[in-house]
Design a protein around this ligand. Structure first.
Ligand SMILES: NC(=O)c1ccc[n+]([C@@H]2O[C@H](COP(=O)([O-])OP(=O)(O)OC[C@H]3O[C@@H](n4cnc5c(N)ncnc54)[C@H](O)[C@@H]3O)[C@@H](O)[C@H]2O)c1
Length: 337
């Protein structure tokens, strides 16, 4: 059986997901899309050579009898409404990060899903599907480096636009680390502090860049994450785990090595789409397979909520300059891993 998908939001990642669902992955096809810019949606479908119904309102996609499951790839403020509507319609929904704009919004989704009685939501955290992060997690869980004590991480983008603000470094950028580091360490955050080094001259008035986010986890692991979104040299994700018996590091993406003009070189990536392109494929294939098997196993609404609780504490810490608690409620049995 082919799973019939409806996609809400046909912008950058919406088009990427439509392309991969129809042209790369197995067992699903996009039959309906919506975007407030219907002309843009039609043009995107034409470019991708895909025949699907175009709606203006995302609720029409959700409620279409032709649609078995929904992908929400519209702007952040719309995620909560469409995810709640999909739950109300009893349809599985893959929602891009962030699940909602606040922890309270994520909690409403968690509560609706628990009330429904069965998992319907997967959040678009793709890093747990990245081969490098998976290998790193295996080294940790196999006990190869002993118990993790410290993590040194970095999330660097080449540059960002004028509309990117200091808080977006948390809600838009760090949100991936907030999820993947919980998954990697199987731990929750206890407290957080944000410190601001000297700001780069490549930034603008509304953005303090770089930032360093310092966490303590419930088990006492110390984590530092550098967010540097105008680093100039490329798109670079780093994660080093220091354990009791050794150190494990996220592998670099494979790149051709060159020897030229008395220099040894490896090209670096500049675009996030390329860095995690395989992870997006694996993530969405898993969603399709799980929906067909009747049980979702990927990043849950609870994971979306947990990342959002931590993000809210980070935002508080950005403003206070002090150490802020991360008040994470205990996980309901419904979301037992
Ligand atoms: N997982 C990841 O790595 C990743 C990467 C990029 C983006 N994202 C997330 O995906 C979402 C989209 O990002 P993008 O870069 O594609 O943005 P974008 O601006 O390119 O596209 C968003 C699209 O949503 C449409 N839209 C807005 N409101 C809508 C509504 N009510 N109904 C239907 N369509 C609506 C816009 O017209 C636009 O075409 C964001 O929430 C972003 O955080 C996740």
């Amino acid at each position: 059986m082919t799973l019939k998908l409806g996609v809400i939001g046909t912008g950058a990642i919406g088009q990427e997901h439509i392309r991969r669902c129809n042209n790369v992955l197995q067992g699903a096809k996009v039959v309906a899309v919506s975007d407030i810019n219907t002309d843009g949606a039609r043009a995107a479908l034409q470019r991708l050579n895909i025949d699907a119904q175009v709606y203006q309102d995302g609720h029409e996609v959700i409620n279409s009898p032709e649609v078995d499951a929904v992908l929400v790839t519209s702007w952040d403020p719309t995620h909560e409404e469409f995810t709640l509507a999909a739950i109300a319609a009893g349809k599985p929904v893959f929602c891009e990060k962030p699940l909602a704009l606040s922890a309270e919004g994520c909690r409403r989704i968690v509560d609706a899903e628990i009330k429904h009685g069965k998992r319907l939501v997967q959040v678009g955290f793709m890093r747990p599907y990245d081969a490098g992060y998976r290998a790193l997690k295996k080294v940790i869980t196999d006990g190869e480096i002993g118990e993790p004590l410290m993590l040194h991480c970095a999330h660097r983008n080449q540059s960002v636009g004028e509309n990117y603000t200091t808080d977006m470094a948390i809600t838009n950028t760090l949100i991936h680390e907030l999820d993947v580091l919980r998954w990697l360490t199987e731990d929750d955050y206890k407290s957080v502090q944000v410190v601001f080094p000297r700001t780069t001259s490549k930034s603008h008035a509304k953005l303090k860049d770089p930032q360093i986010v310092l966490f303590e986890t419930q088990k006492g692991i110390r984590i530092d994450v550098e967010i540097f979104v105008n680093c100039a040299y490329g798109y670079d994700i780093q994660c080093e785990v220091v354990g009791e018996e050794g150190i494990a590091k996220l592998p670099e993406p494979s790149a051709i090595q060159t020897r030229k003009n008395a220099r040894l070189g490896n090209a670096l990536l500049t675009d996030w789409k390329d860095r995690f392109i395989d992870a997006y494929d694996v993530e969405l294939q898993a969603f399709i397979n799980d929906v067909k098997a009747g049980e979702l196993t990927g990043p849950s609404a609870w994971d979306g909520f947990a990342a959002s609780v931590a993000a809210d504490a980070c935002l508080k810490a950005q403003n206070s300059g002090g150490i802020e608690p991360v008040d994470m409620p205990s996980r309901p049995d419904f979301y037992a891993r």
